[in-house]
Design a protein. Structure first.
Length: 263
C-alpha cells in the first residue's frame, strides 16, 4: 500500500502530499479573530502549524479567480450581490471585518508560497481563471483540485498535468459502497484518477469511516480525508481509525489532536 501511494504521489501532487500524514486541512483557514477565507485566516492557520489550507474559488466580473465559499455576499458582508457581478477591485474593497477583504487565488498562492492548497472550484466560470492563477504561481505540485461537480473537477485537472485531485460527490457514493463491501478491485477502478477521497462521516446514511472502509481505501492507494471535523472526540476517534487528514474549522484543536496521536 505504501509503495502504491508513493507512486501516485510522484505522478500527481507530489508536493501536496507532504509532509507525511496525518495532516490537518484548515477549512477556509482558521476563522478565529479572522473572517473565513481571507489572508488573515490563512495566516492564522499556518501560525498554529498547519501545512494545508482548504479553500474555495469563484470568479469576479472581470474574470479573476477570487477566494469565496458562497456565490454571493449576503452571509459574509450582508450585501445581496453575487461575487461574479463585482470586479476583483470592487471585491477587494468589501470590508469583511478585522481589516480583511476578498482576496484572489493568486494573492493567496503568492502570499503563502510554502502552503499546500486544497481548492474547491465552485462554478464552471472559475475553472480557467483558477488554472491560470495556479500556473502563474508555479503551484501545480502543491495544489489539490476538488469540486462537487465531476465535470468541473476533471476539466481543471486536464488543464493542470501533475495536479492532485480528490473524488467528486457522485463518485464518493460508489467509492464508499465499494469500500464497505470490501471490494478493493472495484474501488481501484472508481478511484483510478484521484489521489484522495474527501468525505463526510456518512454518505447516503452509509458510515464512511470504519476500519474496513479505511483499509480498503488505503489498499486502493488513496488518502482518506474526513470533513468537516470540529469536535475533539471526533478528531481523536478518526485519527485512531487511520484517516490521513482532518478537514476542520478548528485547525488549532486538530493540530493538537494530531500531536497527541503521534506522541
Amino acid at each position: 500500500m505504501a509503495s502504491l501511494r508513493r507512486s501516485r504521489d510522484r505522478a500527481a501532487g507530489e508536493g501536496f502530499f507532504s509532509p507525511a500524514p496525518p495532516r490537518v486541512l484548515a477549512h477556509r483557514g482558521l476563522a478565529i479573530e479572522a473572517p473565513e477565507n481571507t489572508l488573515l485566516a490563512f495566516a492564522k492557520a499556518l501560525a498554529v502549524g498547519v501545512t494545508h489550507i482548504e479553500t474555495d474559488v469563484h470568479v469576479s466580473a472581470d474574470g479573476v479567480a477570487m477566494i469565496s465559499h458562497d456565490p454571493d455576499l449576503r452571509r459574509v458582508a450582508g450585501r445581496r450581490v453575487a461575487v461574479d457581478h463585482l470586479t476583483s477591485q470592487e471585491l477587494r474593497r468589501i470590508d469583511l471585518g478585522w481589516g480583511q477583504n476578498f482576496c484572489s487565488l493568486a494573492e493567496a498562492l503568492d502570499g503563502f508560497p510554502d502552503a499546500r492548497f486544497n481548492i474547491d472550484i465552485k462554478i464552471s466560470g472559475a475553472i480557467g481563471p483558477a488554472v491560470d492563477a495556479i500556473r502563474a504561481a508555479g503551484a501545480t505540485k502543491r495544489v489539490l483540485i476538488g469540486s462537487f461537480s465531476p465535470r468541473r473537477r476533471v476539466a481543471a485537472v486536464r488543464m493542470l498535468p501533475g495536479v492532485a485531485t480528490s473524488i467528486s460527490a457522485r463518485g464518493a457514493v460508489a467509492a464508499v459502497a465499494a469500500a464497505r463491501g470490501g471490494s478493493v478491485a472495484s474501488l481501484r477502478r472508481i478511484v483510478r484518477d484521484v489521489q484522495a477521497v474527501q468525505l463526510p462521516e456518512s454518505v447516503l446514511r452509509m458510515r464512511a469511516f470504519t476500519p474496513r472502509t479505511i483499509a480498503a481505501f488505503h489498499a486502493a492507494g488513496v488518502e482518506v480525508h474526513a470533513w468537516t471535523i470540529n469536535e475533539i472526540p471526533a478528531m481523536d476517534r478518526l485519527l485512531a481509525l487511520g484517516v490521513d487528514g482532518l478537514v476542520t474549522d478548528r485547525a488549532d484543536l486538530a493540530v493538537e489532536a494530531v500531536a497527541r496521536f503521534a506522541g
